[in-house]
Design a protein. Sequence first.
Length: 284
Amino acid sequence: MIPIDDCKLLISCCNHKGGLYLVQIIQQQYEIKKVLHVGCTGITKYGSSFVVISNSHGIFILDENLKVIKNKVLSTELDLHGIAIDNDKAYIVETKTNSIGIYDLKNDLERMDEIRFSPKNDDVSHVNDLYIVNDTLYVSMFSNPPRKKWTSFASYFPHITIRRGVILEYSLQERKVVKICHDKLFQPHSVLHHDNNLYYCVSGEFLVKRNEEDIFKGLGYTRGLAVKNHTMFIGQSESRHISKLLKKHTNVLLDCGIYVHDISTKLSSFIHIPSEEIYGILVI
């Protein structure tokens, strides 16, 4: 492994073989422990606790020891993705309805409001991830303006190669989209703000970008991103439709796991995760 400070990571994995994993890196060695045995998507910190989203089991709140202290089941029809927290409110992406549901963390996780990007109740934008800085919400989605309808993951990747994805800036105070920060992206995910820069995955291109700059290229579908000092953690899922991918790429890595990447030296290590699809990464 490349030189890295001791740290702990929470890794959420979705769909088949999904779960929540704790990865502890100590003295250049790592240990992996499975914390939740259900498919998970968005993860974030809330005080000394953690909030984890599962499309099949709704909202989990875990204490500092990663024990479940609360679980609220939501409709599986919502297709839950990313989460961000601001002022005791959880902003949870409800991809099926092109919405971000706003849930009250102080009042039994009641849904109190929403942000809508389309009036349709079908997935036409594929909103997926979000990040909040002050009163600004950054949102990634596959299509803006919306396409007719996204169907299943398997059907829209990688057959649809039109780069219509965007990162939007939304004002929570003004309740409106302020601007499109980045566009013409092929399946963006995992947007985050760090050190006055916007980082995000362009999953269909196996890339991580910082603002407009390509700063990392993996060997498979990139989704899940965290930055600590000069180290970047990038998730990679098992790729599908290999024969089509090999028409463009000379090498595709079939493993699911995370890259540990030194932004300064451009050197990386890879940690295998016993799942198939990584969704989120959180340094804890």
